[in-house]
Design a protein around this ligand. Sequence first.
Ligand SMILES: [Zn+2]
Length: 51
Amino acid sequence: MLIITCGHCGYVLYEGNELKTPDEVVREYSGVCPKCGKILKPSVQNIRILK
Ligand SMILES: [Zn+2]
């Protein structure tokens, strides 16, 4: 399972089995974290892969 969280507050932006790039996920949120309101950059997103 792929989990992508906000690098600022830890909000889970994407969780699932589909492989996505941080770029795609950031675009779905219009580049802003819905929780903390900070601008999402692919470089600050945390990506975790769980089995
Ligand atoms: Zn956030």
